[in-house]
Write a protein that binds this ligand. Sequence first.
Ligand code: C2E
Ligand code: MG
Ligand code: MG
Ligand code: MG
Length: 288
Amino acid sequence: HAKHQGRNAFAWFEPQMAEELHLRTELEDKIRKGVKAGEFIPYYERQIELASGRLTGFEMLARWQSPELGIVSPDIFIPIAEDIGAIAELSENVIRQALEDAKGWPRELTLAVNISPLQLRDPWFAQKLLKLLLEANFPPDRLEIEITESCLHHNVGQVRSLLTSLKNQGIKVSLDDFGTGYSSLAQLRSLPFDRMKIDRSFVERVHDDQDSAAIVRAIAMLGEGLHLPITAEGIANADILGELLKVGDLKGQGYYYGKPRPAGELAEWLAETVAQAAPCQGVSGRLA
Ligand code: C2E
Ligand code: MG
Ligand code: MG
Ligand code: MG
């Protein structure tokens, strides 16, 4: 609109732009310092086998505990951390903490972490991740990384060989936010994913919008045909869960099961798991 208001528009617009620029620069600075000061911490969201209600693991979601701003959402700080080249260090810090936390969980639970497309372009990424696992003495086959489709339109060949070497170490790879990006079905076939996660934007309307329901069903069928297990994210209420239970054998997560919590507040959820697992322990012990 400013364009159409002629010269005067600038007199009004300019201070605001300067202000925004100033805020942005300040935020960048706070993030850089925050990474060094250990202000980025993991929160955890439950991942559930929908049919049984069984907890299968947690997705780690980073939070910025800023002394000045309070708890800040990753939608704000991840893009900025990527822009200023701080994402790798930030990510390593929260993953290192998450591996320590996850070591205290029952052995059958997995840990999922989100990885930025920028990190995947680092030729040393696989080595760095394995080093973190080794230092924490955490079994690679309990770790899942989640990557988004935006990784895929950039040098698919390099992504493929990276994913292959991670998989050879036992690490699982999930395609996050499926349905919102640019991945072609051919890439789905040629890249070694272990799981697809249906984006929240489809899931959250599956109970009251026919188009969303059709998309969710189609993705579930695709997953079945490609032997790719599916996770539905953004299960916000019982109506959504009810619809998903009709769609197929899925895993899921969302506010219905609880909002993400810090490591110190998982005890109640972990206790449920131990209680559920207890009667079968003899059996799984024998099978292991
Ligand atoms: P994501 O990996 O797709 O994670 C799901 C997001 O949806 C989380 O937001 C989660 O809290 C939110 N969510 C789950 N269930 C519901 C629901 O029922 N209703 C609503 N309204 N929201 C729900 P969060 O924690 O704000 O994370 C946003 C995104 O930030 C994540 O999306 C992920 O892409 C990114 N992110 C988080 N941590 C990291 C990290 O350590 N590294 C990188 N590169 N990205 C991260
Ligand atoms: Mg994710
Ligand atoms: Mg997602
Ligand atoms: Mg997302």
